[in-house]
Design a protein around this ligand. Structure first.
Ligand code: BJ8
Length: 427
């Protein structure tokens, strides 16, 4: 991964970044990326696009966002799958995922958040307090949601540093909860209309629904190829594609992923793979993994396993369901968005048995030999639900390994030992 040739420092200064801290952060990513990604063999050629995207992670894409704002558009940050990107796009916004996957400014963070807060929350607060994330600094608005308690309360503190709109997400899926969620979707429309100075119309919303569905369809194609044996793409590369989906330009991303899907389909037809056909196949489920958190995938794949699917927000939960494109009026489209987004199975909901069904169904469809449950420490919803996932897997005859981790590298040795023993059991 080469460093960008363009000097982006004036742009970063104009965004208000702390250049010294930002330099330190940015110099760490190529090392991690090289070790996890560029040491792989038989990678699909199309992944070169993602190498380029990662080399310009705070460069070209940020410039595009800055230019978009200069042309009258908005940039809206999100932390969760429940926030509808379609509405942001329909109102001339670019949606960027702000979840971060690296420890930053934890000293400062722990002055305002308990030490035993999950790494995802500490990380996004650290990036904001440390002023090292150009995506966060480019935002006109940040949209939060009442999912877990940690996020909900952290948004109150984040609101002291940036404009924040919080959507109230119900925690059950009864008809009255849908009514609440439909109201929250409309409240988001009102807020985004104020911020953007534009009006939601049937035309701009239909276009945005189609564009985001096309992105999901491309990811569905790419991931469908992973059912094959040998598997034509590593789990790490498939994870990267979803991680980048949260902030890349939508039509360009869709075109590039479709190109990779073409390549993967040809590889499957030719029987070409990235791992031997007898490599243990693993499904990963749990909390999301944001850039540059590739730790557990790297451990699994360096130990000789291959991740063939993920039931995660940085995985199937992101792309597996489409928004109904048949409604013709705005109200019908907002209904379709309400239904699609409420149909995501996050552990913040109770009951959440549909997630257990998804885990087992995906493990079977992708011919997984075992399941790795990977949750962030101090994530109460997922860590408790891990018991139910473990029981469902046991009933389905699927061995599981449970990992509770964070963003540090301290546990890599111990994780490697446990993963190696688990993979041996699957062989
Ligand atoms: S839809 S998984 S993106 S909430 S890991 S911050 S839950 S304590 S990230 Fe999530 Fe939306 Fe659900 Fe997906 Fe809290 Fe747990 Fe931390 Fe989490």
């Amino acid at each position: 991964m080469n460093q960008p040739a363009t000097d982006y420092r004036p742009m970063w200064t104009a965004l208000g970044l702390d250049l010294e801290g930002h330099d330190a952060l940015l110099s760490a990513i190529p090392v991690l990326y090289h070790d996890a990604y560029l040491t792989q063999t038989s990678r699909p050629e199309g992944m070169g696009y993602f190498d380029f995207v990662m080399s310009e992670i705070h460069g070209l894409r940020i410039k595009e966002l800055v230019d978009h704002k200069a042309a009258g558009g908005t940039v809206v940050g999100t932390f969760c799958l429940y926030v509808p990107e379609e509405i942001i796009r329909a109102l001339g916004g670019q949606c960027v995922g702000l979840c971060a996957g690296a420890e930053w400014a934890y000293g400062e963070v722990e002055r305002i958040l308990p030490q035993n807060t999950c790494a995802l929350i500490k990380s996004f607060m650290g990036f904001k307090l440390g002023k090292v994330c150009p995506y966060a600094e480019a935002c006109d608005l940040v949209v939060g949601e009442t999912t877990c308690d940690g996020k909900k309360k952290a948004y109150e503190l984040l609101g002291e540093l940036a404009p924040v709109h919080v959507m109230e997400l119900p925690q059950m899926k009864r008809p009255e909860d849908r009514v609440l969620w439909r109201t929250e979707i409309e409240r988001l429309v009102t807020r985004l209309e104020e911020v953007s100075g534009r009006k939601l119309t049937a035309e701009n919303l239909a276009r945005a629904i189609k564009e985001v569905n096309d992105k999901r369809r491309a990811l569905q194609r790419l991931n469908a190829a992973r059912k094959a044996s040998p598997v034509p793409i590593s789990g790490k590369d498939a994870l990267l594609a979803v991680q980048v989906a949260f902030y890349d330009d939508v039509p360009r991303f869709t075109a590039m992923v479709n190109k990779i899907a073409d390549e993967l389909e040809a590889r499957v037809a030719a029987g070409e793979g990235v791992a031997p056909a007898n490599a243990p196949r693993v499904l990963v489920t749990g909390t999301p993994m944001s850039v540059p958190n590739w730790k557990v995938y790297d451990v699994i794949e360096k130990a000789g396993g291959v991740v063939v699917m993920e039931e995660m927000c940085t995985g199937s939960r992101y792309y597996s369901k489409l928004v109904d494109e048949s409604p013709r009026d705005t109200a019908g489209m907002l209904d379709a968005l309400t239904d699609k987004y409420l149909d995501i199975n996050c552990a913040c909901f109770t009951p959440n048995t549909a997630r257990l069904d998804d885990v087992i169904r995906l493990a079977n469809e992708y011919h997984a030999d075992g399941i790795v449950q990977c949750d962030l420490q101090f994530c109460t919803p997922y860590q408790i639900e891990a018991t139910s996932v473990g029981r469902a897997a046991q009933a389905a005859g699927l061995p599981t390994l449970r990992i509770d981790t964070d963003y540090s590298a301290n546990d890599i040795g111990q994780l490697s030992t446990r993963v190696e023993a688990f993979l041996e059991m699957l062989e």
